[in-house]
Design a protein around this ligand. Structure first.
Ligand SMILES: Nc1ncnc2c1ncn2[C@@H]1O[C@H](COP(=O)(O)OP(=O)(O)OP(=O)(O)O)[C@@H](O)[C@H]1O
Ligand SMILES: [Mg+2]
Length: 218
């Protein structure tokens, strides 16, 4: 589902954000991406959704070489992916319901279908009672769940999450990880970037570990 072959990424000369990274993730896997700050986790995720391009190497998503996807067809790749950003990227002038509806609106889906999908996503993350609030008026953990609902509402094949529990206490973080398990049980491949060793111990899964841009275990 996700394949990296000898991938290198350099933002500045003589410093590799990623260096000779190769691994492969099967459909339906749930795994963690870890490593110290600056190790290259966000960079690796950005290469998957083609926000950044590799300097060298090949990346295959769903058997498609992303180097060969023209700009015009990029939306097709992005539709396979649900992304939870480190800073959520929620729209504060829209309700939670409307935030979750965005990926469906941009696909031109009709309102009745949108309504049932958004309500399903709200129920999955346990936020039905907050749907008419704006993000600024709910807690950090609730905002995190809005971001997750928006990432999965359009049925992606792969869910990527960048430090999804960075600002949450342990109890809430466990709830979020359980939510990822439920999403994974629906057949979605889940890749989570996290620093949190304690949580990774509580949820023993395969771990991709980066150290200064090199993959040191997979
Ligand atoms: N846009 C950029 N321009 C220049 N250098 C960058 C850029 N983005 C990241 N880097 C550098 O690339 C390296 C990897 O950064 P990256 O953000 O991928 O690390 P990370 O593992 O996600 O770190 P954190 O845990 O702090 O989020 C770091 O040395 C970083 O400074
Ligand atoms: Mg990062």
């Amino acid at each position: 589902m996700i394949e990296f072959y000898h991938v290198y990424k350099q933002y500045v000369k003589s410093q590799f954000a990623l260096s000779d990274v190769s691994f492969s993730i099967e459909k339906g896997e749930f795994l963690f991406l870890t490593g110290a700050s600056g190790a290259g986790k966000t960079t690796l995720l950005k290469l998957i959704f083609k926000e950044e391009l590799p300097g060298k190497g090949q990346i295959l998503i769903d058997s498609e070489n992303t180097n060969l996807i023209p700009q015009k067809k990029l939306f097709k790749l992005r539709r396979k992916l649900g992304i939870v950003f480190q800073d959520f990227k929620l729209l504060n002038n829209r309700t939670i319901y409307e935030n979750i509806a965005v990926p469906l609106l941009v696909r031109g889906i009709r309102r009745p279908t949108i309504d049932s999908s958004v309500n399903d996503a709200l129920a999955l993350v346990g936020l039905t009672h907050r749907k008419h609030y704006i993000p600024a008026h709910v807690s950090g953990g609730e905002q995190q769940r809005v971001a997750i609902a928006r990432a999965i509402v359009a049925n992606p094949k792969i869910l990527l999450a960048d430090e999804p529990t960075g600002n949450l206490d342990t109890e809430l973080s466990i709830e979020i990880f359980k939510l990822f398990e439920r999403i994974n049980a629906n057949g979605i491949t889940v890749l989570i970037a996290t620093h949190d060793d304690h949580l990774m111990q509580l949820f023993p899964r395969r771990v991709l570990k980066l150290d200064k841009g090199k993959l040191i275990s997979h």
